[in-house]
Structure formats: structure tokens, C-alpha cells
Design a binder for this molecule. Sequence first.
Ligand SMILES: O=C(O)CCC(=O)C(=O)O
Length: 268
Amino acid sequence: MTQEEIRHFETLGFIQYKRFFSPEEVEKLSSAFDSAMERARGGAPAPVAGERRQQVIPFFDYDPDTFYPLLDDERIMDVFSTLMGEDFILTVSEGILHTGGSAWHHDACGPEGFFSMRAAMYLDPLGPEDGCLNVIPGSHFREYQESLAQHMNEIGVKPEDIPGRYPLVNEPGDILFMNHKTFHSSLSDTPGRRAIHINCVQNTSAEKNPEHLDWLVGFLAGETRGWGRFYSERLIATAGPRRRRMLQGAMDLGFGNTGDVTHLQDLR
Ligand SMILES: O=C(O)CCC(=O)C(=O)O
């Protein structure tokens, strides 16, 4: 990342890279996504408008040959390590087949000076009318974030008219890196948006910062309760040194290879 890109992420809470993946890479991810989601549904039909979205976590074990390489892709991992530190922790991969939009919200909010984030790849062309992701730049900063969380519905504007709404128009092949604290939404009922997320969190220690460590342990425990075991035996067994490091931080704290098997986490 250039210094400008780092400052962009730190100042605005996100950075989008256009044409990050080649058309061939996108084609492969797109068809693997469809097959993996179908497999995860057990052959049932895809959910449609008005039904609950299909969210598969962890997702990558449904097609390790296609999806694990994303975790070993230096282009992606260099961004995570530049922003979060070399010892960052992978939490969960996600596949989501949306059946409509998402209201304004933020995700995990670590304490001041500590954060988790996602890489999101939307596999379809999306503009504001089709539900491309919107962000509110700068809303990862604590005072702004807390004010929006408390008062967003009391400021007399419709969700689509929130001042500062920034639509991230997407072409397949683009990638978004976003601090989980940043407010985001998708304001369209159009069904069928397909997304792959990779979620990561910073690491720390009792010596570095006990408050951050307490939050991190609570966060990993919550994610484990919510989604089950993060890492399959296969994900661990096939890890090279860099991926191993991304998994080790959670495992050292008693997570990652613990928790219920909810999808294919036991796949070898
Ligand atoms: O609708 C979207 O694309 C965003 C989904 C999202 O932010 C979430 O699942 O937390």
C-alpha cells in the first residue's frame, strides 16, 4: 500500500480498489461461489426476495481449492498486515447471497486504537439502485460513530438521504477493505447480490494492552458462539507459514480450532 492509501483507510475507514482481480479470477470465484452456496443449501433453491438471505460462515471450506488461495494471496494479505500489523488474526470467511438490502449499521467496535475489519468482494455490477454498499466516511471515529449509533433515526432524514452517504459503485473484480466500525448500508430491495467477506482482527497481548486483549478475547468468544469453529482441520493442515501465523493468534488464545462444527470445519 502507498502512504496515501494507508491514510485513506485510516482517515475515512475504508478503501476500495478497482479491478483488483482479473476477469479470469472473477469468473472462477463467481462460479465457485454459486456452486459452494448451492452445496451449503444442500441442493435447496436459492432464497428469493422476502426470504432470509443465505449467509454461510465459515465459507471457504466449501471449495478449498478456489477459496483458500485468497487467504494466501499476497495482494490481499499485504493490505491486512499493513493496516493491522503482521500478527493480525483471521476470524471467519463468509459467503452471502443477499435477498435485499441492509440497513445502516456498523459491525464490531473494538476499543479506541484497536479494530477489526473485512475485505469484501461483490461479484456483481452494483450501483446505488442495485444495492451497492454505501459507507459514511469517517464514521469509524468514536464520537461520530457513537452519535450516529444513538441518533441516526432521530435527525429527520431518510436512510438514503443521510448526509455523507458515499455509494461504492462496484464492478466484479473490485475489492473493498473496511474497518468494521464504519457505518455501512445497502439501500435497495433488489435480490441476488453475491458477496465474499474475509474478516480479520488485530492481535495484542497483556503486555501490550490489557484492555485491548480483554476485548479481543470477548470478541473471539462471541464469534465462536455465533458461528462455531473458525478453522477446519484442512485449513490448518494446508497452511504455509504466513497463513499459519494468521491462525495461530486465535489458537493461542483458545479459539479458532475450538467451538461447534456448524458447516464444513472438520473437512480434511
Ligand atoms: O448488504 C451488504 O452488502 C452488507 C452486509 C453487512 O454489512 C453485514 O452482513 O454485516
